[in-house]
Write a new protein. Structure first.
Length: 255
């Protein structure tokens, strides 16, 4: 009886070892699926997938448990410039820390785009604190007039008037940038922006410089009677910006 039981146990152990040898390692299985080249969501891309280091100026993707990112990603971003532009619009919301899921390390590397009826760049903050948060997350802040708006490849291009501009926060802007100020409003051709329905008067614009291109992050009609706006402009450099907005973004340091 004991001999039969021993034989049964030995046979079961042999079967188990054989199954383990035939089964792929968990890490190998993960790597295989992580690097497959099939199109994401059935969409074809011009470039093959690649794995890149998360850049230093992409704080939304920091402290999430890994240091590399894949392009194209699941949100169909194909370039680092597109990733940075889309991610930066979420920094003011993330800085509010209104929910535990928005705090590291649970923050996903790129949050999905908000469901909104207007362009993301045209969503307005009505408080001075909200405006200053936007200023913190922007490389530059300018008061300007807009000469015309053009549509190109799904984007809007805001072309500034030659004169009538005031650099409130110059940041990385150079002379050639301000001589003919052109702001690119990414994916702005197909969504409404009430602030730009009329180009009369001046505008308060905020943006970032990415790969030599000036990207519009927020736009407001200039209202000298708006106390919140006046306060934000006057004290923007005194506002305690969140650590999510480091100065290596290219913004001018407080003075």
């Amino acid at each position: 009886m004991r001999a039969a039981a021993g034989v049964a146990r030995a046979a079961a152990l042999a079967l188990l070892l054989g199954a383990l040898q035939r089964a792929p390692a968990r890490g190998e299985e993960y790597d295989y699926y992580g690097w497959q080249t099939e199109p994401l969501h059935g969409r074809s891309y011009s470039k093959p997938p690649q794995c890149l280091d998360i850049p230093a100026d992409l704080p939304l993707c920091h402290t999430v448990g890994y240091k590399r990112m894949r392009l194209p990603n699941l949100l169909e971003h194909e370039s680092l410039a597109e990733v940075k532009q889309q991610a930066s619009s979420w920094l003011p919301l993330l800085a509010k820390r209104c929910h535990s899921d928005t705090q590291p390390p649970s923050t996903p590397p790129l949050l999905p785009s908000p469901v909104t009826k207007i362009c993301a760049q045209c969503e307005m903050e009505h408080s001075a604190d909200g405006l200053m948060e936007q200023m913190c997350s922007s490389d530059f802040v300018v008061k300007m007039r807009i000469k015309e708006i053009k549509v190109e490849n799904g984007d809007r291009k805001l072309i500034g008037a030659q004169k009538k501009k005031k650099l409130l926060k110059p940041g990385p802007l150079k002379r050639k940038d301000t001589k003919r100020l052109v702001l690119h409003m990414k994916n702005g051709a197909g969504c409404p922006c009430p602030q730009l329905d009329s180009l009369a008067g001046s505008f308060l614009v905020m943006g970032r410089k990415v790969d030599g291109q000036l990207l519009l992050m927020a736009v407001y009609r200039w209202d000298k009677k708006n106390k919140e706006m006046k306060f934000a402009v006057k004290f923007m450099f005194s506002y305690p910006c969140s650590l999510y907005y480091p100065f290596f973004y290219g913004a001018a340091e407080p003075h």
